[in-house]
Design a protein around this ligand. Structure first.
Ligand SMILES: [Zn+2]
Length: 647
């Protein structure tokens, strides 16, 4: 330990931070004599680099092992969960000024939140939970407040108000966020702000109440750390009937972004002003001022890079794709998808609420896509550089349609904070984009999309460690709300027809849009779907949405014999079973009495296309082996069960 201390001291940064090579040279100068020099070389390799790494990962950047992180989360829950129901104010206006320094990977944000107490009781203290991604400084209020809890390790602060905030009363909170990478980390350099692109979203902002999202989610780790199973949030039914359920809050927002002079910065809202400040040295700084014309669901999104911009218009909506100048291969495809999506959703679900729609690229450091008001952020890998092979599902087209659908499902209809929220936003985005895909490319691609979703759902069922739940109760189940959701909605569409399903969605949207609308829960959506289903189909809806139901229907063999006059008698030997799964995966066989489609086709037995259907009809199947006999007018080539994926 002593040797380590001496050597570490030699390598310690004195004054300004220097490069490793220069620091090694300094260390050598500090040592005298050949033996010492030799020792220094050896020690450099053994300990010196270790010290340098430690200095960067432990001193400059707080490093936590996965264990430490888990224990911190457990501690957070033990100490602060009691504040989960504490009254808290809502943001009704947010103003942010963001200064980006892309070359240095740094940023500073000055923010002001206007908060209002919409509870029916006074608020005597404000909880402020700083983000792990930035230093949150200079939190101030426009009335007396005393910092009474300042837990920097668990990032929890409580300010006691000198005068409580009465219902309806408002207060302003200002703060500064500083993001300045220093040295290097143990893993993953911070990449929110980089020379080739910036994408900052809400997670930099302080939260204003206990966040269940910071709890340990994995059930097994929870058990190991002595935490009870995660309390299931109140059910959708509770949310609808609870008297104190607050309507969804919308906020006005205004953002000013300063950035590199070669960059274009984008944030939700209309660009009201753009200017250059030449006094800011080295080419000056470029500024963009965005203001939302109407209150939207509160959130922050700031993007900045050297963009090329493709513009177009569709149905009076200005379209724009902001992309890396070299990443233009899929831009036309994106514009086509934006057009087709706006047309389909506008016709079937209700008018689009903005007059702009943008797709904005961010670098591959982060994956995926996120829909902000009329602004969709896409990782370069998620749509811009996706290969489009002929015949396969057009992924770029699909994901743009999916994110555009969130302007309705998530934007217009804001799901209630209850289990099933992702069924409302994600499953409906999957369904909507599947319909656009089918309208634009035809049924075959939609069926490929169905098959992909079914395969992914079944593959994930096997590896997922948390409980599986019915679709109406999804909480943190991506494989359910995306993949199983898409499968169930496709099946429903096949059974009820697109007009009936879209009509139900339109009514759901009409009833649950706006600040005074009743909570948009999965149950409310389910009620609309049930309302358009005939009684014969209602049991299927229950199987798909209220339960975890697995069908296995297969045909072991089939034969065709001439039946005179050119007709053929086709016999199918079918084996069917149906099971319900519980939350831990136990499957129980249940009685089956379901309509399953049987198809007989004239096409070739080997070709990709089954050809013209000679017969396509629903049969009522029970569990077990059974024989189905059908007569068709011509010689058949193929017979199949559920060829159109309606179960
Ligand atoms: Zn989505």
């Amino acid at each position: 330990p002593l040797l380590f201390a001496v050597v570490a001291n030699l390598f310690w940064v004195r004054g300004r931070e220097l490069g490793a090579r220069r620091r090694l040279a300094l260390a050598r100068q500090r040592l005298r004599g050949g033996a010492l020099r030799a020792a220094a070389v050896a020690l450099t390799l053994i300990v010196g680099l270790g010290g340098f790494v430690l200095y960067n990962t432990r001193v400059l950047n707080a490093y936590q092992t996965p264990d430490e992180i888990a224990r911190g989360k457990a501690e957070y829950e033990r100490k602060y969960k009691r504040f989960e129901g504490a009254p808290s104010p809502d943001v009704y206006a947010a103003r942010t000024r963001v200064e980006l320094y892309p070359a240095a990977g740094a940023a500073e944000v000055e923010g002001t939140f206007r908060l209002v107490n919409r509870e029916d009781r006074a608020i005597d203290s404000l909880h402020v939970l700083p983000s792990a991604l930035v230093d949150t400084r200079d939190v101030r209020f426009d009335r007396g407040a005393r910092l009474v809890v300042d837990d920097s390790a668990l990032r929890y602060r409580i300010y006691a108000l000198e005068r409580p905030l009465a219902p309806g009363d408002s207060i302003a909170m200002s703060f500064r966020l500083v993001h300045r990478p220093r040295g290097f980390r143990n893993a993953g350099a911070p990449t929110d702000v980089t020379a080739n692109g910036t994408y900052i979203y809400g997670s930099w902002m302080p939260a204003l109440s206990y966040s269940p999202g910071r709890e340990l989610l994995d059930e097994q780790t929870r058990r190991e750390l002595g935490l009870p199973p995660r309390t299931v949030a109140p059910g959708a039914g509770d949310v609808e009937t609870r008297a104190e359920t607050r309507p969804v809050q919308l906020a006005e927002s205004e953002t000013i972004i300063g950035t590199d002079p070669r960059h274009t910065a984008v944030a939700p809202g209309r660009l009201v002003r753009e200017w250059t400040d030449p006094s800011a040295g080295a080419g000056g700084r470029r500024y963009f001022h965005y203001r939302a014309d109407r209150p939207t669901r509160y959130g922050v999104a700031v993007l900045s890079a050297e963009y090329a911009v493709r513009r177009d218009t569709a149905r009076g909506v200005a379209l724009a794709v902001y992309h890396h100048p070299a990443h233009d291969v899929n831009v036309d495809r994106m514009i086509r998808s934006m057009r087709a999506s706006l047309a389909y959703y506008g016709e079937h679900f209700g008018p689009y609420q903005f007059d702009e729609l943008r797709v904005v690229e961010f670098p591959l450091y982060a994956a995926g896509a996120r829909a902000h008001p009329h602004t969709i952020a896409f990782s370069e890998g998620s749509a811009f550089l996706t290969r489009a092979d002929s015949g396969a599902v057009d992924r770029t087209f699909f994901v743009v349609a999916h994110e555009t659908a969130h302007q309705w499902w998530g934007g217009q209809v804001i799901p209630a904070a209850a289990p099933g929220a992702a069924f409302v936003s994600e499953t409906l985005a999957q369904y909507s984009s599947m319909m656009v895909l089918e309208t634009f490319y035809g049924e075959a691609m939609a069926r490929d999309f169905y098959d992909f979703n079914m395969k992914t759902y079944l593959a994930n069922r096997g590896v997922y460690t948390n409980r599986e739940v019915p679709l109406l109760d999804v909480v943190n189940h991506a494989y359910l709300h995306y993949y199983k959701g898409a499968v169930a909605m496709y099946t429903l569409r096949e059974r009820l027809g697109a007009a009936a399903v879209n009509g139900a969605l339109r009514r759901f949207r009409d009833r649950h849009t706006g600040p005074d609308a009743p909570p948009a829960t999965s149950r409310a959506l389910y009620d609309e779907l049930r309302a358009v289903a005939p009684d014969t189909v209602k049991p299927l809806l229950s199987d798909l949405f209220e339960h975890i139901t697995l069908w296995d229907v297969r045909s072991d063999s089939a034969k065709a014999e001439p039946a005179g006059g050119g007709a053929y008698r086709v016999t199918l030997f079918v084996d069917a079973s149906k099971a319900r799964a519980d939350s831990v995966g136990n499957q129980t066989p249940v009685a089956m009495d379901d309509l399953v489609e049987i198809g007989v086709y004239a096409g070739s037995a080997l070709g990709a296309s089954p050809g013209e259907p000679l017969y396509l009809k629903q049969h009522r199947l029970r569990a077990g082996k059974q024989t189905i006999v059908i007569t068709v007018p011509r010689r058949p080539a193929r017979a199949g069960i559920d060829p159109r994926r309606t179960l």
